[in-house]
Design a protein around this ligand. Structure first.
Ligand code: PMP
Length: 398
């Protein structure tokens, strides 16, 4: 028998598998609101004009294809951290930053670093989180637990329970926070709540682990979306931070990201960086260069940065507008439910409160595809399909 005869067929990825099923559906009315990659107003994949320009400039330079260093493109590493912290705060910190294989790779590095150097490698995740978080951390040998975050009965943040749970954590515990545009719920703490959370982290001596996958993509304003991270750092906390340029620069397949450990001294940052290199070398040796060159060029060229900021407003604005249209269309379809939470949520996703049964019915009767938790990727919506989605949502929830 073949060596692999006993290998069982694994389940499809719960999110990426949806597109597969959608592709196979012969219905001309089918709608894919499963996967989170931006689509323009006509439902087409979108390459940012600022990215196209940066690409052309880079191509014109006839650069070589030598390996990046283990820690990645030097200018990219500082540009990415400066983008996260803002230029003033950036000057004040001691940081170990490495380029990563987008946000996923940054999270994996976070896990690997914690497993090696944290006395208790465990990360508390919000209850409701991106379903890949625990898989990435567990694969790195880090255990995961959860703290209360989402209140299903009100489709909002249960801030009191969140604080209660964090207050019970042992000093030093790592706690994962979505820096902005919480995935899947679209529900973020307010700025006042972030301030209160920073106090909790300080008094309890917790380690903030920020996952920032949507900076600038949520509100259209990168500084506003970075409020939580910057505030925590200003308060003297030393978070670890993962960044992704997949959404905000539309660089999905280029895999551009960064992983940072904020340290107390320069010597500490240097030692941490040396250890991150030891983690990276046997894993993938060094990161890809092309996407990092594009991102660096945009971040370090003021005219292109300005153009890109306009594109961030365009993308986030289209999502905000589709939220308003979806609520209008639900009312027009005859729904008398209160859907106001849809416009209160922020970022790529609308957490609809629909159950797995509703989602199944949407798929079987209406050829509408979304994750079983009722998460609607707003970027899959256009003026051409939002009415049909609203009518179907009303039909299954009335
Ligand atoms: N964290 C969160 C919360 C996300 O939603 C995503 C993208 N879906 C990521 C990290 C990482 O994505 P990527 O690896 O494509 O940067």
């Amino acid at each position: 028998a073949s060596l692999w005869a006993g290998v069982p067929e694994g389940p499809a990825d719960p999110i990426l598998g949806l597109t597969e099923a959608w592709r196979k559906d012969p219905s001309p009315a089918k709608i894919n609101v499963g996967v989170g990659a931006y689509r323009d107003a006509n439902g087409k994949a979108f390459v940012l004009p600022s990215v196209r320009k940066a690409e052309a400039i880079i191509a014109g330079k006839n650069l070589d294809k030598e390996y990046a260093s283990i820690e990645g493109h030097a200018d990219f590493r500082s540009a990415a951290l400066k983008f996260a912290l803002g230029k003033d705060l950036f000057k004040d910190v001691h940081a170990a930053t490495v380029q990563s294989i987008s946000g996923t790779g940054a999270l994996r590095l976070g896990g690997e670093f914690l497993r090696r150097f944290h006395r208790k490698p465990e990360v508390a995740l919000p209850d409701r989180t991106w379903p890949t978080h625990d898989k990435i951390l567990n694969a790195a040998g880090v255990s995961t637990s959860s703290y209360r975050y989402y209140d299903a009965s009100t489709i909002s943040l249960n801030f009191k329970a969140m604080v209660e749970d964090l207050t019970q954590r042992a000093p030093g515990s790592a706690v994962l926070l979505h820096a902005c545009a919480h995935n899947p719920t679209g529900i973020d703490p307010t700025q006042a709540q972030w301030e209160e959370l920073a106090q909790v982290f300080k008094t309890q001596k917790l380690l903030p682990f920020f996952d920032m996958a949507y900076q600038g993509f949520a509100s259209g304003d990168p500084s506003r979306d970075a409020f939580a991270v910057r505030h925590f750092v200003q308060q003297g906390l030393h978070p670890i931070l993962t960044q992704s340029f997949a959404k905000n620069m539309g660089l999905y397949g280029e895999r551009v990201g960064a992983f940072t450990v904020l340290c107390e001294t320069a010597a500490e940052a240097s030692a941490v960086l040396s250890q991150l290199k030891l983690i990276i070398r046997p894993m993938y040796s060094s990161p890809p260069i092309n996407g990092a060159r594009i991102a660096t060029h945009i971040l370090n060229t003021p005219e292109l940065t300005a153009e890109w900021e306009g594109e961030l407003k365009l993308m986030s604005g289209r999502i905000i507008e589709m939220r308003e249209t979806l609520v209008k269309e639900l009312k027009a379809a005859g729904s008398t439910k209160n859907w106001d939470f849809i416009t209160k949520q922020i970022g790529m996703f609308c957490y609809s409160g629909m159950t797995a049964k509703h989602v199944q019915e949407l798929r079987e009767k209406h050829s509408i595809y979304m994750t079983s938790d009722g998460r609607i990727s707003m970027v899959g919506l256009t003026h051409a399909n939002v009415g049909a989605l609203a009518r179907a949502m009303h039909a299954v929830t009335k």
